[in-house]
Design a protein around this ligand. Structure first.
Ligand code: CMC
Length: 431
């Protein structure tokens, strides 16, 4: 219930409009504008700069303070003490699991990792050089063609099983996309491995050799997945919610989320960031790129810098930075030229008045690409890794939305600035 009310006085109306103000458990007050529609008035907010599109209990961000919490737990505690499947349970179910719940959850996810064998034939329809994100959009959407037994979104049991299938199968599909692109046989999941170890094995094992997952790399993958698992109502999550608001099945909704994530301003940033570091190539060329990033007439932006919400620092970046150093040190790559360019770029940008004044700090993607490249994950798989992690958040947000009794189809309004009504002109009479 709202405990405060805002009163809106409009120039051409006698009566003011009363708008309830909702107080969140954390964060800024939210003015409830739903009644404005009755008063034949809409709000205009392209890019949703000041619009809460839903109520949610999953993730909280305070961009000014650099805070990110999943279900109230700070991200640094989860990255330090938890593992990805436990975090997935927390996001989807709302609480940390007890021992029996965790065992059951891990068992169920692990025992759903295989995909229907016919899925393998799907891959053969793609060119070998297809971007793995384009394959992922297709194959994740195609899951809905295989699991008719769990597509009734009004049934909570179906929703649960779809959630488990998605979290379980997306890593298998992601690794298959990679294997297909390099012409190697698909590697089936192995149930005695953890989620992240299993993923690394499906990516890098070959039938001709034994594969032993490296614990430091497994831990790094787990951290990358935890840090990217959810991020409140970002573009791809909002896409999943909007697609799901029409009652579409969850596999189709997650495919829509993957499509939205692909863009360079969102999940594609880590790939774009590494491309940029390679293009810069050496420390002495950094000033030229800093100059370009500041030039209003140049569309170049420093990829991996800036964030729509974090305006002081990205708490995920702090953890990723540390992990990047651990992994590169372990792999003996401390002198990697790309890392040198990245560290110098970070140093210069953090001191440069342009970046300081605009509050442009390195974001999570600045470091995650460096880690993944060092591990041998190819650049075109970076956004797939993000999609893999974010599937859990998308699933949690989708489940939350569908379970909401007052849930409605999403239908934004518009500020129409086109022609007023005019008569059709015959082809021969047009100028
Ligand atoms: N390099 C140079 N200038 C920048 C950058 C950048 N990376 N980011 C923002 N600016 C400038 C921008 O030109 C604008 O300047 P002015 O006020 O003079 O016009 C000002 O900073 C504000 O930029 P904006 O585009 O209005 O800010 P936004 O909040 O809409 O954009 C962003 C956020 C992430 C799209 C943007 O910072 C960006 O394009 N960054 C590079 C891409 C990137 O790293 N994205 C990954 C985000 S983290 C992953 C995720 O959570 O999805």
């Amino acid at each position: 219930m709202a405990d405060k009310v805002a009163t809106l006085h409009l120039p051409d109306r006698a009566e003011p409009v009363s708008l309830p103000i909702h107080s969140p458990t954390q964060g800024y007050d939210v003015v409830d504008i739903r009644k404005l529609g009755d008063a034949k008035l809409f709000t205009y907010d392209p890019g949703f700069m000041a619009t809460a599109a839903c109520e949610s209990k999953i993730t909280y961000i305070d961009g000014d303070a650099g805070v990110l919490q999943y279900r109230g737990y700070p991200i640094n505690q989860l990255a330090e003490k938890s593992d990805f499947l436990e975090v997935a349970y927390l996001l989807v179910n709302g609480e940390l699991p007890n021992k029996a719940e965790l065992e059951d959850w891990n068992y169920r996810i692990t025992h759903h990792t295989m995909v229907h064998e016919q899925m393998a034939r799907f891959f053969q329809g793609f060119r070998r050089d297809a971007h793995p994100m384009s394959i992922m959009i297709g194959v994740v959407g195609a899951l809905s063609a295989f699991y008719h037994d769990s597509l009734d979104i009004t049934n909570p049991v179906h929703r649960e099983i779809s959630a488990i299938r998605l979290i379980a199968k997306v890593p298998t599909l992601a690794a298959m996309s990679y294997k297909y692109s390099i012409g190697q046989p698909f590697v089936y999941p192995k149930n005695n491995l953890s989620y992240s170890a299993n993923f690394l094995r499906m990516m890098f094992a070959v039938p001709a050799e034994e594969y032993e997952p490296n614990p430091i790399l497994v831990r790094a993958i787990d951290r990358i997945l935890i840090l990217h698992a959810d991020h409140e109502q970002n573009a791809s999550t909002s896409t999943v919610r909007l697609a799901g608001s029409s009652g579409a099945n969850p596999f189709a909704c997650i495919a829509a989320g993957i499509a939205s994530l692909w863009g360079p301003a969102h999940g594609g940033a880590n790939e774009a960031c590494l491309n940029m570091l390679q293009e810069i190539g050496s420390v002495d060329r950094i000033p030229e790129y800093i100059r370009r990033a500041k030039d209003k007439n140049d569309s170049f932006r420093l990829m991996g810098f800036g964030h729509r919400v974090y305006k002081n620092f990205d708490p995920r970046a702090t953890i990723m930075r540390q992990t990047a150093h651990e992994v590169l040190h372990h792999l003996g790559a401390d002198n990697d030229p790309l890392l040198k360019v990245a560290m110098e770029l970070e140093r210069i940008a953090l001191q440069d008045p342009y970046f300081v004044e605009k509050k442009l700090y390195p974001n999570v993607d600045f470091y995650s690409g460096i880690i993944m490249k060092a591990m041998g994950i190819p650049m075109n798989m970076f956004t797939v890794m993000f999609a893999l992690a974010r599937t859990t958040g998308w699933v949690a947000q989708w489940k939350e939305m569908i379970a909401e009794p007052s849930q409605k189809i999403g239908r934004p309004r518009q500020l129409y600035t086109g022609h007023t009504e005019r008569n059709y002109v015959e082809l021969g009479k047009r100028g």
